[in-house]
Design a protein around this ligand. Structure first.
Ligand SMILES: Nc1ncnc2c1ncn2[C@@H]1O[C@H](COP(=O)(O)OP(=O)(O)OP(=O)(O)O)[C@@H](O)[C@H]1O
Length: 231
């Protein structure tokens, strides 16, 4: 395996929700998860609804903190989480959110302003690009997020089922832009409950079930195991 870019060590996450005046409901969404991702790898996270996939991505992105365990990667590694509506300031316009994302990724203002125009063109939001994100539909938010991640360069792209939204024309464009990125040096962590999508793009994957890793390995092996257990 080539150079490790990200190492996940014994991650555990519990959600605690108040279920009555004196009652708390605790749910272990992730239970002692460990794996490593190599630079340039396209890594899949497969699992049915509620298995912990999105929670895992949010821990990898740093938008959620684990109860225990660590996500280790070098400080200068940039990570972008592509999920519906996550990561935007909804009171700012699409243009300003795109600008902030570019600048957070380390571009100068001059470079960012050029990239913002490319994001505008890719996202095809028309005059909504200059409206606050709170006025966007979920499909529009995902277009903005997707366009921003495709146009900028990040070290690790974290993708949460984002290809399943939007109209067919945009979906095709998104798939081909993603495919181009993947063919290069891009490291991708891709979450899906679609066997077909994981098969199409991932080199290796894990299968999550109730917050635990049931299998890890090359996509073909994990798929065979997954399909045989579901019969
Ligand atoms: N904010 C929250 N508070 C309490 N429980 C939560 C919260 N978010 C998720 N959960 C629970 O944690 C578990 C894992 O959720 P998660 O969204 O990570 O799963 P998922 O595999 O991404 O599901 P899906 O495929 O439906 O998006 C689920 O049982 C879910 O009900």
């Amino acid at each position: 395996m080539s150079e490790t870019i990200l190492s996940v060590n014994n991650l555990t996450l519990e959600y605690r929700t108040r279920s009555g005046l004196f009652k708390m409901f605790t749910h272990k969404a992730l239970d002692n998860i460990s794996f490593k991702i190599a630079k340039g790898e396209v890594f899949g996270v497969l699992g049915k609804n509620g298995s912990g996939k999105s929670s895992l991505l949010q821990l990898l992105a740093g938008t959620l903190q684990p109860d225990s365990g660590t996500v280790d990667c070098s400080k200068d590694i940039t990570r972008a989480l592509l999920a519906l509506g996550l990561g935007f300031n909804v009171n700012l316009t699409g243009r300003d959110n795109a600008l902030i994302s570019c600048m957070l990724d380390g571009y100068t203002k001059k470079q960012a302003l050029i990239l913002v125009e490319q994001i505008n063109e890719f996202a095809e939001l028309g005059h909504f690009f200059d409206q606050p994100v709170k006025t966007y539909s979920s499909g529009m938010k995902s277009r903005l997020g997707f366009a921003t991640a495709m146009i900028t360069e990040v070290d690790i792209l974290l993708i949460d089922e984002v290809l399943s939204v939007g109209d067919n024309t945009f979906k095709k464009k998104a798939e081909s832009a993603l495919q181009n990125k993947i063919n290069g040096e891009q490291t991708v962590i891709f979450v899906s409950h679609s066997i077909e999508q994981i098969k199409k793009i991932c080199d290796r994957c894990i299968w999550l079930e109730e917050g635990k890793i049931i299998a890890e390995g090359n996509t073909k092996e994990v798929m065979e195991h997954y399909i045989s257990k579901r019969r």
